[in-house]
Design a protein around this ligand. Sequence first.
Ligand SMILES: O=C(CO)[C@@H](O)[C@H](O)COP(=O)(O)O
Ligand SMILES: [Fe+2]
Length: 234
Amino acid sequence: MVKAIIAPSILAGDFSKLGAEAKRVFDAEADWIHLDVMDGHFVPNITMGPPIIASLRKSVPRDSNAPGKFFFDCHMMVSRPEQWVEPIAKAGGDQYTFHYEATDDPLKLIKLIRDNGMRAACAIKPGTPVEVLYPLAQYLDMALVMTVEPGFGGQKFMADMMPKVDALRRKYPQLDIQVDGGLGPSTILAAANAGANVIVAGTSVFKAANAEEMIQLLRSHVTSFLRDNNLLTN
Ligand SMILES: O=C(CO)[C@@H](O)[C@H](O)COP(=O)(O)O
Ligand SMILES: [Fe+2]
């Protein structure tokens, strides 16, 4: 099932009040919240880990009447991603995105993630060719094409990553395809028209004067592309 999913990255939020920031964007109709976990080793920055995610989950508890609401999309920019699967699941993660570059056995890792009750996703850095995802795609819930070098928010969108998104969309019409880094009003059209349906937006949503309008704008471009190409399911 492919639909537009807008996932604000809380990295651009106010870390002194993460719970309130998550609620603010969910109230503004964000579909997911994107949690950037960085270990200071795979990337040159340190952000948050399982204890913070567990606290955040207490602020926005799962709703048993509405499965999938308050979805935690965990982008794991870590070395040895295998070691964090169980802690992230226990902390309340709904999806675990590992980096292809960080593991020797992506298929085993996908199984571990699924066995821990989460959706499994694989990310590729800008220098990694899209072809590495082809043998994994049938086992993945989502592929993430990075549109910046991972490590920091607020960077410039790399439009030259769009051929990767386009290639994935042509081969896998039903796969969730995420783009992450530099997405906002001036770049959403390129991403949507290449076939991305899951949009991470940190700075553009959290720093917007009106987060709800920004989320709607991002969503409208994705939905138009999916509809025009008969890819939309609901
Ligand atoms: O994973 C990352 C950066 O490594 C991203 O999720 C960024 O945090 C997105 O922030 P913006 O570029 O949208 O401000
Ligand atoms: Fe991210």
